[in-house]
Design a binder for this molecule. Structure first.
Ligand code: ADE
Length: 431
């Protein structure tokens, strides 16, 4: 059942569009469970509740609708923000979380797991109808619409936050052309974000997604990771940890060199294509696995994407090569090629970690979303003082998040002595 309710005051504006409001209590339990591993966001929520730094601020967020995002929404709401949420991926929505946010938190949510492209964009526009002062993106979809069809909304905007590498790349190209209309905070660039979320979060949740989708034993497989950025490093490391023979492919010589020195086999993708059993793209680029590669793959190959968009695998080319396509497990399609070989695509080439599993675990999203919450507060505090450019969270706040996370883990570290601090800040001392 799909629940859609009219706003009782205007009777015209739909307040939410979700799968089923009856799922709310299940959602609440799952949100609470995740919250227990998000102590940094919780401490921010408590402070926000007292200080109300976001009072009167309208926020439209386009994020994966997960238990972790629900805890972020709770913190923003505690800070006084008026929030609306839509999905940043048609397959990542946890319908029970959407229901709980609507029912228990009074947040308008426009997201239904499995929604088609038209609904996905309709939901993005519903979120923008909120006339946000701040948008939050995971992949730059809201900001793109504000720079395209919804330009008048820019008048009310203080700024925006961007969660992910791919989104930051898109926005930097907008900035380079001098077209950015307001400041955008690149949350991804905080150290407490990409060092941890991209590496440990993507690493674990990608393997989790592949295992849940296939029920395969990873040990002993030939596992090919395309891309050795922070996400690729994480995926390669976790696959190795599970006993796979890992091959890395890269186009950047520095990253390729790093992968070699980290002990991975590095080769061109056309060579890896004929020996790999499991392939994961994490490049942020388009058509990484394409026709000439499918033609070389072994029977039974598994292909998945854990970059942001579903463009890394050339699915139209795979379809063209196939004589038959069938769904063989919940999120796996089997493509039968003309010579009888079978290639298996997970989650239609969309983010495997969020489509086939639950995305990054809460304890790592704790830091990413602490950056989001403090980032929104920073944009509000800096209102009118930031240029219409990409910016990052001040280093001090990044450090603060790391300190809070360590404290929550009961890990204590040393402090520099006065002598050491002096040594580090002077140039006169040599050997
Ligand atoms: N991105 C990756 N994992 C996520 C999660 N669990 N929640 C929200 N966004 C995510």
């Amino acid at each position: 059942m799909q629940s859609t309710v009219d706003d009782t005051e205007t009777m015209t504006v739909k307040k939410y569009d979700i799968r089923d409001i009856q799922l709310a209590s299940k959602g609440r339990e799952r949100i609470e469970w995740a919250g227990r591993s998000m102590p940094v966001v919780e401490s921010i929520r408590k402070r926000f509740l007292k200080e109300k730094p976001l009072k009167g601020i309208r926020i439209s967020a386009c994020l994966h609708v997960t238990t972790e995002t629900a805890n972020l929404m709770a913190a923003l709401k505690a800070g006084g923000a008026d929030c609306v949420l839509c999905a940043s991926n048609p397959l990542s929505t946890q319908d029970e979380v959407a229901a709980s946010l609507v029912k228990h938190d009074g947040i308008s949510v426009f997201a239904i797991r499995g929604e088609d492209k038209k609904t996905y964009y309709r939901h993005i526009h519903r979120a923008l109808d909120h006339r946000p002062n701040i948008t939050m993106d995971d992949g730059a979809d809201l900001v793109s619409e504000v720079h395209g069809k919804r330009r008048t909304l820019a008048d009310d905007m203080i700024g925006s936050t961007e969660e992910t590498t791919t989104g930051v790349i898109r926005l930097r190209s907008l900035e380079k052309k001098g077209l950015l209309l307001f400041p955008v905070l690149a949350v991804n660039d905080s150290k407490t974000k990409h060092f941890f979320d991209n590496r440990y979060g993507t690493g674990q949740s990608t393997l989790d997604g592949i295992i849940r989708a296939t029920n395969m034993l990873i040990a002993g497989t030939v596992f090919v990771v395309c891309g050795y950025g922070w996400c690729g490093r994480g995926v390669a490391q976790k696959a190795r940890g599970l006993g796979a023979h890992v091959i890395v492919t890269e186009t950047d010589p520095l990253k390729a060199l790093e992968a070699v020195m980290d002990g991975f086999d590095v080769m061109r993708f056309r060579e890896a294509a004929s020996i790999g059993q499991i392939f994961v793209t994490v490049t942020g680029n388009t058509s990484v696995i394409r026709k000439e590669h499918f033609l070389r793959m072994r029977d039974g190959a598994i292909v998945a994407n854990s970059g942001h968009f579903n463009v890394e695998i050339d699915i139209p080319a795979l379809k063209e090569l196939s004589t038959q396509v069938r769904k063989i497990r919940d999120v796996i399609e089997e493509f039968r090629l003309k010579d009888g070989r079978r290639i298996h695509l997970i989650a239609g080439g969309r983010l495997v970690n969020l489509s086939a599993a639950e995305g990054h675990p809460p304890s790592v999203m704790d830091m990413s979303f602490a950056n989001q919450a403090l980032g929104v507060e920073y944009l509000v505090q800096s209102r009118g003082r930031l240029d219409a450019r990409m910016c990052t969270l001040p280093e001090k706040l990044d450090q603060q998040i790391a300190s809070l996370k360590l404290a929550s883990m009961k890990v204590r570290i040393d402090r520099l002595t006065r002598e050491q601090a002096k040594y580090l800040s002077s140039w006169e001392f040599g050997t």
